[in-house]
Ligand binder design. Structure first.
Ligand code: IMP
Ligand code: MG
Length: 187
């Protein structure tokens, strides 16, 4: 079987991807963001809300750097097909917790157009959340089309397609420990 985890180049759908952000750099930024959240929520722990599927890797690392007792739950949307956003966001797994009066920290893998995040923030506020903040591993500021500006960002990146560390191409590449970018976009 092909050994993927330490590759300098990976190929999906006939496209070559090269390392973009290494796992040690990711871990350093995850720790920085966890410290910011810890400082901001010293009074009352928030409910963490991981947006599946892409954010599960980041959420696992982030949550293990949170030093106080708190809960984490999960929600699932689908808006991407292959390398393009369909522009429509579908809720696949819903939220069952009572969130009225609670502070929520959304954990996203990437904020691209911001469509998913904006819709989720509206939904959470409509369900009575007291305060909703957005933590994202990656932010593409040049693609942003909504006002769902993230509160906590590990990395600002250009509007290029990337994968690995939870991010997929048609369901694959999530298990790569590092983040990869299309070879031609890396030049
Ligand atoms: P948005 O709603 O346009 O902000 O897109 C959010 C979702 O699109 C993310 O949670 C990802 O699942 C997906 N996405 C956006 N950019 C990329 C990328 O470069 N690689 C993989 N998935 C992406
Ligand atoms: Mg996602």
């Amino acid at each position: 079987m092909e050994q993927l985890l330490i590759m300098e180049k990976v190929t999906y759908q006939g496209l070559n991807f090269v390392p973009f952000i290494k796992n040690d750099a990711i871990q350093a930024e995850v720790k920085r963001v966890a410290a910011e959240i810890t400082r901001d929520f010293s009074e009352e722990p928030p409910l963490f809300l991981c947006v599946l599927t892409g954010a599960f890797v980041f959420a696992a690392d982030l949550f293990r750097n949170i030093p106080f007792n708190s809960e984490i739950t999960f929600i699932r949307f689908k808006s991407y097909e292959g390398m393009k956003s369909t522009g429509q966001v579908k809720e696949v797994i819903g939220l069952h917790e009572d969130i009225s009066g609670r502070s929520i920290v959304i954990i996203e893998d990437i904020v691209d157009t911001g469509t998913t995040a904006a819709q989720l923030i509206d939904t959470l506020k409509a369900k009575g959340a007291k305060d909703v903040r957005l933590a994202t591993l990656l932010y593409k500021p040049d693609s942003m089309k909504t006002n769902a500006t993230p509160d906590y960002v590990c990395f600002n990146i250009p509007s290029k397609f990337i994968l690995g560390y939870g991010l997929d191409i048609d369901g694959l590449a999530r298990n790569l420990p590092d983040i990869y970018i299309l070879e031609e976009d890396a030049k």
